[in-house]
Write a protein that binds this ligand. Sequence first.
Ligand SMILES: Cc1cc2nc3c(=O)[nH]c(=O)nc-3n(C[C@H](O)[C@H](O)[C@H](O)COP(=O)(O)O)c2cc1C
Length: 157
Amino acid sequence: MRVCIIYDTKRGSTEKVAHWITEAIRDIAEVRVSRVTESPNVDDCDLVVIGAPIYYERPLPSVIEFIRSRNGFDGKRVAVFILCIADKFGKLGKKYTEARYMRLIIEPIRGEIIAKRVFDGWILRENIDQRHLAQDWIKRVLRAFQEGEVIDGIEHP
Ligand SMILES: Cc1cc2nc3c(=O)[nH]c(=O)nc-3n(C[C@H](O)[C@H](O)[C@H](O)COP(=O)(O)O)c2cc1C
């Protein structure tokens, strides 16, 4: 099974999460991690894990453009994650990240989405709490993938 983790970043936190995820499953799957700027091929990926940070109320446009350029990962199974700070602002913040940020990244995806995850982003100090959350998440995603299941709903920190 080949898992392709694809992301973009401006300040490095989404890259960090992508690498934490990679580290967690390196021994149990063939994993390839790439930034969208490397224009990775997804044809031979069984599971695509796509990640974006939120800037100015939307996922980084380069990630959306990448999804569109790969025909929305049509025919693939896909797991999605975003990093943002709005999620920290209580119930309302969580609702907002679901209704706006998650919706915007999901919109161009044509493959089967098996998991959707919000992580707390950061600006200056690395949020190390996200490490075990990300690693636990990707292991559950892999299990769901192997069992042909879908993780319902949008998961938050
Ligand atoms: C200039 C700027 C704009 C941002 N805009 C938003 C936003 O609209 N909503 C939000 O929830 N987070 C926003 N954030 C927080 C980022 O999503 C968060 O810092 C994320 O971890 C950045 O990812 P990166 O380090 O991979 O670039 C913003 C951060 C910066 C620095």
